[in-house]
Design a protein around this ligand. Structure first.
Ligand code: TYM
Length: 339
């Protein structure tokens, strides 16, 4: 990580599951933001492979996607020399801390997690223990690095809140041990919606392929998907999340890629139809993603480079993580042998 200048830089930890090719939602809500935060923070960015085991995966596919996700983070501009890029399962201390923290987390708290409720409803035949304790592992991911800030999209804020509660509880019993982290959600783009059903979040697990744009989609596909995006019949490009969720979602995407604010976008498209607007959104999106896609292809072709980055990242992450686990083990009274 970068050398400290005058004030110590805040530490950031965030993660993304390698559940599929990431979507525009993951990019806008997370990865793009991760890249931007590197300038003035010390960052640890993690491919959360253990979390994906809560649903059934094809083992070979999971392995491939884990490497792809790492390549994508690098392609999006994350600098693995200044910061730490690693795979969750490569740092065993996460699961060690997770066990301890699970003993300081209440059944009731975990039962109230909306993601647990949603995912249980989606997979009624596989409501496993991992799905239930998922937020405890996520708390361990964060607390093990004493992260100050955790940038996440809106759907993960409840989990970050729980991590704060767990840290606070642990500290109140054992004295200051774990940093209580702050969540960090973007004002713009924290929730990119589905193109097909704009009141739902854009998700790579959506069975309707027209509902999401993938980070790897080519320009023609992006144009086709945006052309089909659900809007409304009022015909005006105007930002109103409640009354016009589809148009507002497209405006958000346009704003992210152009830096224009909503008033400027409304003025730009005043009196023009949705057809023009959708094409413009598709074009700025495709142009915004193109350099990342080129880098992604280049980086992924060099498996040894990606694996080298991940090995180095795991070693650096483990140095911090192991210290926290030793401290926590000691505080709760686990016997540590004197060397
Ligand atoms: P995951 O893999 O579902 O998503 C990764 C990040 O992308 C954000 N995101 C979105 N943002 C805006 N619009 C969307 N449509 C959208 N979809 C996803 C998510 O909020 C997230 O920030 N449990 C986490 C991974 C994780 C983690 C952690 C995150 C594991 N340990 C520790 C932070 C800290 C997850 O499943 O994210």
């Amino acid at each position: 990580m970068a050398e400290q200048t005058s004030a110590p830089r805040k530490r950031i930890l965030s993660g993304i599951q390698p559940t599929g090719t990431p979507t525009l939602g993951n990019y806008v809500g997370a990865v793009r933001n991760w890249a931007a935060l590197q300038a003035d923070h010390d960052c640890l960015y993690m491919v959360a492979d253990l979390h994906t085991l809560t649903v059934r995966n094809e083992p070979a596919v999971l392995r491939r996607r884990t490497r792809e996700m790492a390549a994508l983070l690098l392609a999006a501009g994350i600098d693995p020399k200044e910061h730490v890029v690693f795979v969750q399962s490569h740092v065993p201390a996460h699961t060690q801390l997770s066990w301890v923290l699970g003993c300081y987390t209440q059944f009731g708290e975990l039962s109230r997690m909306t993601q647990f409720k949603d995912k249980s409803a989606k997979h009624p035949d596989n409501i496993n223990g991992g799905l239930f304790t998922y937020p405890v592992l996520m708390a361990a991911d964060i607390l093990i690095y004493n992260a100050d800030l955790v940038p996440v999209g809106q759907d993960q804020t409840q989990h970050v809140e729980l991590a704060r509660d767990i840290a606070g509880r642990f500290n109140s019993i054992y004295g200051p041990t774990l940093t209580v982290p702050e969540g960090y959600t973007l004002a713009l783009g924290a929730k990119i919606q589905s193109l097909a059903e704009p009141t739902k979040k854009m998700s790579k697990s959506d069975p309707n392929a027209n509902s999401f744009v993938l980070m790897t989609d080519d320009k023609d596909t992006i144009v086709r998907k945006f052309k089909r995006a659900v809007t409304d019949s009022d015909g005006q490009v105007r930002f109103d999340k409640e009354a016009k969720p589809g148009v507002s979602n497209l405006m958000t995407i346009y704003s992210v890629f152009t830096g224009k604010d909503m008033a400027a976008i409304e003025a730009e498209f005043a009196g023009r139809g949705y057809g023009d607007f959708k094409l413009a959104v598709a074009e700025v999106t495709a142009d915004g993603l193109a350099p990342i896609q080129a880098e992604y292809a280049r980086i992924l072709a060099d498996k040894r480079y990606v694996d080298g980055v991940l090995a180095d990242g795991a070693a650096r992450a483990a140095r911090i993580a192991d210290r926290t686990v030793r401290k926590v083990y000691r505080k709760v009274g686990l016997l540590q042998l004197e060397a």
